[in-house]
Write a protein that binds this ligand. Structure first.
Ligand SMILES: Nc1ncnc2c1ncn2[C@@H]1O[C@H](COP(=O)(O)OP(=O)(O)O)[C@@H](O)[C@H]1O
Ligand SMILES: [Mg+2]
Length: 325
C-alpha cells in the first residue's frame, strides 16, 4: 500500500488497521493483496483515543484514513475520531458529509455562483408517489441522454447513463438500491478535468481522466485499462487557471480541509467548466489522480504524505483552541 510505504520510509511507525465487511476493526497486513482486515481485533476508546489491540494498548499520534464511500468518506469515521479527540488527515465531518452528498454539494456550489451540471433530485417518497411525473419532469427539464446516480455513493456504483425513456425507470430503481435520494443529471459532452486541492486552499495543476467510451465506470476505475489519467491536463493557460480557481472556491464553499479532489466537466460546446463532484478522500495510491496531480505540480509522494500529516496536527490544534462557550 503506497501510503503505508511512504509513511514508513518517512520514519513513521504505522499501525495498519482495516475495516472488515461487518464494520469491525482489525489489525491488517498492508503488504498482503488483496487487502484483508483479518488480524487481531482493535477498538478505539472514547474519549481517550487509545487503540486497544485485544488486551494491550497501542499509542498513536494521528490517523491517516484511507477509505472510500459511505461509512468512511462521508464523515462517519471522522466523527468518531473527533469524539475521541484524535488528530486525523483530511476533511472534517461537515466537509466529508457534504461532499459525499452530490445533491447538497451541488446546491452549495451553485449558490456560490459556480456552474454545475443541471440536475433534479428525487427522494424515495417522490418516486413512490408518482414515477410518471418524476420521469416526465426529468425529460422536460433535462432531456436525454441523462445520468442517474445515487446521491451519496462513489466509485460509479449505481451510476447509469440513460439514452431514452425505456431505461429510465430501471436506472432510477437501481440507484435507489444505494441511497434514499437519487439525482438525475443532464449528460454533458465534456472532458473530465480534476484538480487536487490542499489547505490554503491551494490547487494543483489540473489533470484529466481520458475514458474510452465517455463514461468512467467502476471497471474503468479499478478493473480494466480503458482509461488513463493525464497530469497536467492539456488545457490553455487561461482555462487551467480558471479551473484551479474554481476548485479552490469549491474547497472553501464545501468546508473541506486537508485534501480533496474537485472534479469538473469541461463542456466541449460551451467551453465552460461545470462542477461535477468533490471527493473528500480521493484515491491515494501512487498511481491515483490526486498524487499524480501534485507530483506534476512539483511535490513528491512522500512530501505529500508528510504535508498531510502536518496539516492534520495544525487543524487539530486550531480546533482545540476554539472556544466552546
Ligand atoms: N452529467 C454527466 N454527463 C456526462 N458524464 C457523466 C455525468 N455524470 C457522470 N458522468 C460519468 O459517470 C462517472 C461517474 O459519475 P460521478 O458523478 O463522478 O460519480 P462517482 O462519485 O461514482 O465518481 C463520471 O466520471 C463520468 O464519466
Ligand atoms: Mg466521480
Amino acid at each position: 500500500m503506497s501510503v503505508h510505504d511512504a509513511l514508513v520510509e518517512g520514519g513513521h511507525r504505522v499501525i495498519p488497521v482495516g475495516i472488515a465487511r461487518d464494520g469491525a476493526w482489525h489489525l491488517s497486513d498492508p503488504t498482503f493483496r488483496p487487502f484483508r482486515a483479518d488480524g487481531r481485533a482493535v477498538e478505539l476508546s472514547v474519549p481517550a483515543g487509545v487503540l486497544r489491540v485485544v488486551d494491550h494498548e497501542a499509542e498513536f499520534d494521528v490517523v491517516f484514513p484511507v477509505l472510500h464511500g459511505p461509512q468512511g468518506e462521508d464523515g462517519i469515521v471522522q466523527g468518531l475520531l473527533e469524539t475521541c479527540g484524535v488528530p486525523y488527515v483530511g476533511c472534517g465531518v461537515l466537509g466529508s458529509a457534504l461532499s459525499m452528498d452530490k445533491d447538497l454539494a451541488k446546491r452549495v456550489v451553485e449558490a456560490a455562483g459556480i456552474e454545475t451540471t443541471p440536475w433534479q433530485r428525487v427522494f424515495r417518497h417522490d418516486w413512490d408517489m408518482g414515477q410518471r411525473s418524476v420521469m416526465d419532469g426529468a425529460a422536460h427539464t433535462l432531456g436525454y441522454p441523462m445520468f442517474v446516480k445515487p446521491s451519496a455513493q462513489g466509485s460509479s456504483i449505481g451510476v447509469q447513463r440513460v439514452e431514452d425513456e425505456t431505461r429510465l425507470k430501471d436506472a432510477i430503481n437501481s440507484a435507489f438500491r444505494y441511497d434514499s435520494k437519487v439525482i438525475i443529471e443532464r449528460a454533458v459532452d465534456g472532458r473530465e478535468i480534476e484538480v487536487g486541492v490542499l489547505d490554503g486552499p491551494r490547487a494543483s495543476v489540473p489533470g484529466e481522466v481520458i475514458v474510452e467510451n465517455g463514461f468512467y465506470t467502476y471497471d474503468a476505475k479499478y478493473a480494466d485499462d480503458s482509461s488513463r489519467f493525464e497530469a497536467p491536463a492539456q488545457l490553455s493557460e487561461a482555462a487551467a487557471r480558471r479551473v484551479r480557481i474554481l476548485a479552490e472556491q469549491v474547497f472553501a464553499e464545501l468546508g473541506l480541509s486537508g485534501l480533496a479532489r474537485v472534479d469538473f466537466f469541461y463542456d466541449r460546446v460551451s467551453r465552460r467548466f461545470l462542477f461535477n463532484e468533490a471527493n473528500a478522500l480521493p484515491g491515494f495510491t501512487s498511481i491515483s489522480g490526486f498524487p499524480k496531480m501534485w507530483i506534476a505540480s512539483g511535490m513528491t509522494y512522500a512530501e505529500l504524505c508528510s504535508h498531510l500529516i502536518d496539516a492534520a496536527f495544525t487543524r487539530h490544534e486550531e480546533r482545540s483552541r476554539l472556544a466552546i462557550r
